[in-house]
Write a protein that binds this ligand. Structure first.
Ligand code: MTE
Length: 302
């Protein structure tokens, strides 16, 4: 496996923070590879995708249709978006419905750094040093009923602040969903920050979900409601175009999107002549999540 200098693959803030950790393990900087970082999947460490994406790329090349459909629209138009006060309702098939403020969330669930890869259905990817915690920690507060088979996430609806919602591009508010075992998987992350900073508005502040083995659109931003339900919910993208967007949307190089091959991907931040890399099944997290889909025909359940 190719080795990378630690200073080459990590931003300075993390680099400094980890010095102590590295020293205490008795390792030299030169011997560290991405695979030694938390949550990084083997596929990242073993391919030529060896750099954490820059803060600039992560925060200026976004999909967030509430603020427009252009990649730079979210950065340009979301800066005044109000994220305080903010609370999240957890309701539906639960014994103890809950409304919890952002402050309570931050104090109850300490965030850790999770360097995870985002693979967009449009065929590009980034490696993002998120800060967050597992969704299952939050869901443990509400006691699920036996009918809680799926989870639905709902993003904020506020056309006065989000000009994109004045147009019927999607069925607002943005909705996404997971099967309950997917939601309970520890890789399913509640994101509250990135690069050890408060989550930028354009990336889904104050809180978004991130599911690294699924296409990026499953990871809804600016969440205000989490509803436990018995029946599979219809996500905004399924509603818009059911033939293109299935409920599962696991990253799968063998199942193409009608308009895009999913076999390869472009690494955001590489120069334009850099070759595309092969897309990995489950975005490289198969060793951790493939067992959720044993016996399922993933061509049918795309
Ligand atoms: N969440 C909301 N509410 N609205 C959106 O338009 N876009 C999705 C997802 N979450 C989207 C959303 C898509 S298509 C992708 S690829 C990711 O957010 C992009 O996340 P990023 O901008 O933080 O990279």
């Amino acid at each position: 496996m190719k080795k990378f200098k630690y200073s080459e693959i990590t931003p300075e803030s993390i680099y400094k923070k980890r010095r102590f950790f590295i020293k205490s393990m008795g390792l030299g900087f030169g011997s560290l590879s991405l695979s030694t970082l938390p949550f990084v999947n083997n596929s990242i460490a073993n391919t030529n995708q060896n750099k954490v994406t820059s803060f600039k790329d992560i925060t200026t090349y976004n999909n967030y249709y509430e603020f427009g459909t252009g990649k730079s629209d979210p950065y340009i138009r979301s800066q005044n978006f109000k994220t305080k006060p903010w609370s999240i309702k957890i309701e539906g098939e639960v014994e103890k419905p809950l409304e919890i403020s952002m402050e309570e969330i931050l104090s109850l669930f300490p965030s850790e750094e999770r360097i995870l890869k985002l693979r967009c259905v449009e065929g590009w990817s980034m490696i993002i040093p998120w800060n967050g915690f597992s969704l299952n920690q939050l869901l443990s507060k509400v006691s699920l009923t036996s009918k809680a088979k799926f989870v639905e996430f709902e993003s904020i609806y506020d056309p006065s602040q989000m000009s994109g919602q004045k147009f019927p591009v999607l069925n607002w508010p943005y909705k996404e969903g997971l099967r309950i075992d997917e939601a309970m998987h520890s890789l399913t992350t509640v994101v509250t920050g990135l690069y050890n900073q408060k989550l930028p508005n354009q990336n889904g502040a104050p809180l978004r979900i991130f599911i690294p083995w699924k296409y990026g659109f499953k990871s809804a931003k600016a969440i205000v409601k989490i509803r436990l339900v018995e029946k599979m919910p219809t996500s905004s993208w399924m509603w818009a175009s059911p033939k293109e967007y299935g409920f599962y949307s696991n990253v799968n190089p063998n199942v193409d999107h009608p308009r895009w091959s999913q076999a390869t991907e472009r690494i955001i931040g590489n120069d334009i002549f850099a070759p595309r890399i092969k897309t990995e099944m489950f975005n490289g997290y198969g060793d951790q999540v493939a067992n959720l889909y044993t016996g399922m025909d993933l061509k049918k359940y795309y």
